[in-house]
Design a protein around this ligand. Structure first.
Ligand SMILES: Cc1cc2nc3c(=O)[nH]c(=O)nc-3n(C[C@H](O)[C@H](O)[C@H](O)COP(=O)(O)O)c2cc1C
Length: 167
């Protein structure tokens, strides 16, 4: 049985809520849901699968609480672990939508972790995003500002896919 940990950064609670929904769908215990504001990079150690969530702020940037965490993680060997990314944004910010996922991906790629949970962005409405890297959307992009009605089905589709990738 693979051990799954969820780590999220959230300023107004949107990504925190989504983290809980993903945990329910994946059968992850609440003790394994971590706010990165209260986490250290070494907290990822016990997990085989890391689900990382960040909302996007500024102009395509990571949620603030991630700054120190990513600095520490990018200096860590995560080979053998799998990472899946999700985040909340606002697709009307049409060239920075969920850009934080792109930053997590590019900065953590050198850790040796395998990235899973790539996503099909059909049905979205934005121009471009840093979350599109190496020919793929690197994680689950959610818009609870304009498209909250689609969030539950998007989480279900993504977590169904993740379960297959983890098995
Ligand atoms: C000042 C400000 C800047 C934002 N910048 C972006 C952005 O560049 N790209 C994006 O997709 N969303 C952006 N957003 C939208 C937030 O990511 C969105 O509201 C998200 O749901 C917040 O999630 P959180 O409560 O988990 O932090 C911005 C929101 C605000 C208020």
């Amino acid at each position: 049985m693979k051990k799954i940990g969820i780590f999220y950064g959230s300023s107004t609670g949107m990504t925190a809520e989504v983290a809980e929904e993903i945990a329910k769908a994946m059968g992850v215990d609440t003790a394994d849901i971590h706010n990165v504001a209260d986490s250290a990079p070494s907290d990822v150690e016990p997990y085989d699968v890391l689900i990382f969530g960040s909302s996007t702020w500024g102009s395509g940037e990571l949620q603030d609480d991630w700054f120190d965490m990513v600095d520490g993680l990018e200096a860590t060997d995560l080979s053998g672990k799998k990472i899946a990314l999700f985040g909340c944004g606002d697709e009307s910010m049409s060239d920075t939508f969920c850009g934080a996922l792109g930053e997590l991906y590019t900065r953590l790629l050198p850790t040796g972790a395998k990235f899973i949970g790539h996503f099909n962005a059909d049905g979205y409405d934005f121009e471009s995003t840093e979350a599109f890297q190496d020919g793929i959307y690197v994680g689950l992009m959610l818009d609870n500002v304009n498209k909250e009605d689609l969030t539950a089905e998007r989480i279900k589709a993504w977590t169904d896919q993740l379960k297959k990738e983890i098995a």
